[in-house]
Each structure stands twice: as C-alpha cells, then as structure tokens.
Design a protein around this ligand. Structure first.
Ligand code: NAD
Ligand code: LMR
Length: 333
C-alpha cells in the first residue's frame, strides 16, 4: 500500500460532495492501492451536513479510508492536500447579475487559492467544479502565489460525457466506442462540442451519423439543430427537469477528471490554463482536448478546426475574456 493521498473537497456538505465522497473513499478515483485521507472544507452553515457525511463514511468501513477531517478554515482544510476539488461556490441569487456572481465567487476562490499556496503539498493539483468554473479557477490560480498555474484546471468533463452520451444514443453504440470527442471553450452555453475528430469504431463520427440518418446533409442538420444546443444547454435542461442542478453526473465527471489526470488518458476534454495554444490568450482557463501521462493534463495540439468550428470556439473564448475583464475591473486579478 502507498502512503495516503490527502484529498480536500470544498462544499463537501453539499449535493455534489455527497455524491463524490463515498466513491473516492471506495477507491474509484485513485485506484485500489492508494489510501485516501479526506478533508472536508465547508462554511459554518454547511458543517453539520459534512459531519453527517463523515459519520456515514465511518459506517461504510472503507479499507482505503485513512481518516476524515472537517473544518471551516481554508488553511486547515488545504493542509498537506495533494488533490483539491473546489466544489463549493456561491449560487446565483435573485436579482444577481453576472458581475455580482463573479464578485461573490472571487471572494471565495481568491482566499482558497491563497490558502492552497500557504498550506497544500508541493505536488498539489486542483480542479474547480463550482460555477462559473473556468473563471473561478483563473482566480484561484492567480491567488496561489508560488503554485505553478498548470496545477489548476476546471471541469468540462461533464460536457464531454454529455456529448458522448448523445452520440452513443444516436449511433446505438456503447459510450466507450465513441473516441476523440472535444469540448472547446467555457463551461457554459457558449461551449463548442466538436465531433470533427471523433470516431465510432474507427469510422469518423460524421460518416457514421450520415449512414445512420440517411445522408451527410441530415447528419449536419442533426449536429447543428439538436446535438450542439442539447449538449450546451444540458445543465439548464437538468435544472428544469430535476428542479436542481446536476449532481451525480457532475460528481462522476469530477471523479473521472481527477482519475484520468492522475492515472493517465490518451484523450479527453478539460479546462486548463492556456499557454497560448490555438491562439487562446495566455492565462485563460479554457477547455481543450487534453492528454495525461499521469503527471497532469497537457493540451493536444495540431487538431484542425474548420472556419465554422473556429468561429464557435472564438465566441466561447470571447466570453472567457469578458469574464476575466469583469474580474479584473473588480480589482481581483
Ligand atoms: P450545493 O448548494 O448542494 O452545495 C454547495 C456547498 O458548498 C454547500 O454545502 C455550501 O455550504 C458550500 N460552500 C459554499 N461556499 C463555500 C466556501 N466558501 N467554502 C466551502 N464550502 C462552501 O451545490 P452543489 O449541487 O453541490 O453544486 C456545487 C457547485 O457545482 C455549484 O456552483 C454548481 O453550479 C456547480 N456545478 C458545476 C458543474 C460543472 O460541470 N462544472 C456541474 C454541476 C454543478
Ligand atoms: C451543469 O452543467 O449541470 C452545471 O454547470 C449547472 C448549470 O448551471 O448548468
């Protein structure tokens, strides 16, 4: 058995936290050989819910679970953290404008970034789930003096999985038969779910869709009119149907994001800090096709985007730029 890995989860008393904790403790994220020590970071109002989850974790008697600590102090919460999953965020309230939401979240992710810099392990890796995830990650990275920016990422794996789920249904396929899906841009309705590299049983997805739908024109129409808006607006669809935002699918995506970053994957989508790849301004936290050899996500370069795809990607990058500028105007960056 290896030394325990310390995993800090913020907002651990919330819905996604509850869907995440037990799967991590069971070894689904880091594998059957890596014991985990869980740190649950909450605000005072969320502490009792986190304490309840901790009681249940104890009652599961997971062999890999080395301990659970609960706190509302960020420095204590991130002390020695190897992995930080930033789930807790301020939801949009009545009458709140986007700038208000960004300001409220800057008040959370700025101090948390600073606490990560002060207390986390030197190998810490951070994924932001709480919305607006990309810009919250940008704020946390900018506030974590001394921690390399490439340790920070934001979740677009849920969008990636949603896209694969839609394609698998249309092609009557298993999800693992769809490869090389790409989500570009922001985790928002401006994202671009790009199938142009994707394959189904080694056949380009676009050709498989044409075969299924009776022609290339029909395939393009389905992609434009049904697939793209469905994936981009799936979060809103879930809120409308369930009455609250996605929970189990979000927790699953967060777990897969960390699992693949830590254990390796040839290809997935994640929002990472741009180094100027694909012309995206440096420093923005943007979704790209990525790979990992187990030592962190790296952008897969050289993927062709046609003119229309490029325009869709640019629209989402423009939204990220505007979020960054709003946060800058607030004096946060
Ligand atoms: P929730 O309201 O059930 O739980 C959030 C928890 O965070 C609460 O327990 C709250 O007390 C806690 N919290 C708030 N501020 C905190 C802080 N400063 N420090 C620590 N904890 C804090 O919400 P949820 O359903 O678990 O969703 C959490 C977030 O994830 C939301 O922002 C939601 O929009 C987002 N989300 C993101 C994705 C994605 O794909 N990126 C998908 C689904 C949901
Ligand atoms: C989701 O994608 O399900 C979440 O980000 C919630 C939302 O507001 O869309």
């Amino acid at each position: 058995m290896e030394q325990p890995t310390t995993v800090t989860i913020t907002g651990a008393g919330g819905q996604i936290g509850y869907a995440l904790l037990f799967r991590i403790a069971a070894g689904e994220m880091l594998g059957p050989d890596r014991p985990v020590r869980l740190r649950l970071l909450e605000i005072p109002q969320g502490l009792t819910a986190a304490e309840g989850a901790a009681l249940e974790l104890q009652d599961c008697a997971f062999p890999l679970l080395d301990g659970v600590e609960i706190t509302d102090d960020p420095v204590t919460g991130f002390d020695g953290a190897n992995i930080a999953m930033l789930v807790g965020a301020r939801p949009r309230g009545p009458g709140m404008e986007r700038a208000d939401l960004l300001a409220a979240n800057a008040g959370i992710f700025g101090p948390q970034g600073a606490a990560i810099a002060a207390a986390a392990a030197s190998d810490v890796r951070v994924v932001v789930v709480g919305n607006p995830a990309n810009t919250n990650a940008l704020i946390a990275a900018a506030s974590a003096q001394g921690v390399p920016a490439d340790r920070f990422s934001a979740l677009t794996r849920l969008d990636h999985n949603r896209a694969v789920g839609q394609l698998a249904e249309m092609l009557d396929a298993r999800a693992d038969e769809i490869e090389r899906m790409v989500i570009w841009g922001n985790h928002s309705a401006t994202q671009f779910a790009d199938v142009s590299s994707a394959a189904f049983r080694d056949v380009p997805v676009i050709d498989a869709l044409a075969e299924r739908l009776g022609g290339a024109t029909e395939a393009v129409a389905w992609l434009d009119d049904t697939f793209l808006p469905r994936v981009a607006k799936r979060g809103a669809e879930i809120i409308e149907v369930r009455g609250s935002s996605s929970v189990a699918s979000a927790a699953n995506a967060a777990l897969e994001h960390v699992r693949d970053e830590q254990r390796g994957t040839p290809w997935t989508s994640a929002a990472v800090v741009s180094r100027g790849e694909y012309g995206v301004p440096e420093g923005l936290v943007c979704s790209f096709p990525v790979t990992s050899d187990g030592s962190g996500y790296r952008v897969l370069e050289g993927i062709d985007l046609d003119e229309r795809g490029r325009a869709l990607f640019d629209r989402s990058v423009a939204e990220l730029v505007s979020e960054r500028d709003t946060v800058r105007a607030l004096g946060v960056l």
